[in-house]
Ligand binder design. Structure first.
Ligand code: AMP
Length: 141
């Protein structure tokens, strides 16, 4: 569901809604997902209330990128797992339900608990790939 006003994650960051907090610094907050795919499923959230990743400032992007590996390592150690997925959804059709940027860290247990892979892919069309890669490069200049 799309939402108006502060996101539920802003309310959590501000302490107005309880959570199982695992990490906080000036720019980043992390806590357990309330509906986990597996035990230890953690959400890493910039305090900046950007709705989707491409709108996030460089400062917050750097801050979240810097701590994601560290939090992932702590999740692995705490859960006794060795494998995990990082998931990041943008837009309702891309399975985003809370419109405040967040990265899921989802431990994958040996018994199968964690994320399963329902996605379909097909071999690249190289002609189309060359065109899209060129367009992406132009937009990155
Ligand atoms: P997404 O579908 O990528 O937007 O994921 C949103 C995630 O936020 C879901 O996995 C929810 O279970 C989680 N979530 C929603 N409300 C809360 C809450 N109050 N505390 C912790 N996690 C939440």
């Amino acid at each position: 569901m799309d939402e108006e006003g502060p996101s539920i994650f802003s309310l959590i960051i501000n302490g107005e809604i309880p959570c199982h907090r695992v990490y906080e610094d000036d720019l980043v907050f992390a806590f357990l997902d309330i509906n986990p795919f597996s035990p230890g499923h953690t959400l890493v959230v910039p305090k900046e209330p950007a709705r989707t990743l491409e709108k996030l400032s460089s400062e917050s992007s750097q801050a979240i990128g810097a701590v994601l590996p560290r939090i992932s390592q702590a999740v692995l150690k705490a859960t006794g797992t060795k494998e995990f997925n990082v998931l990041q959804n943008n837009g309702p059709n891309a399975f985003q339900s809370v419109f405040h940027v967040h990265f899921h860290i989802i431990p994958k247990y040996e018994d199968g608990r964690g994320l399963s892979w329902p996605f379909k892919s097909s071999p690249i069309d190289h002609e189309e790939g060359a065109r899209i890669a060129s367009e992406i490069r132009e937009h990155l200049i």
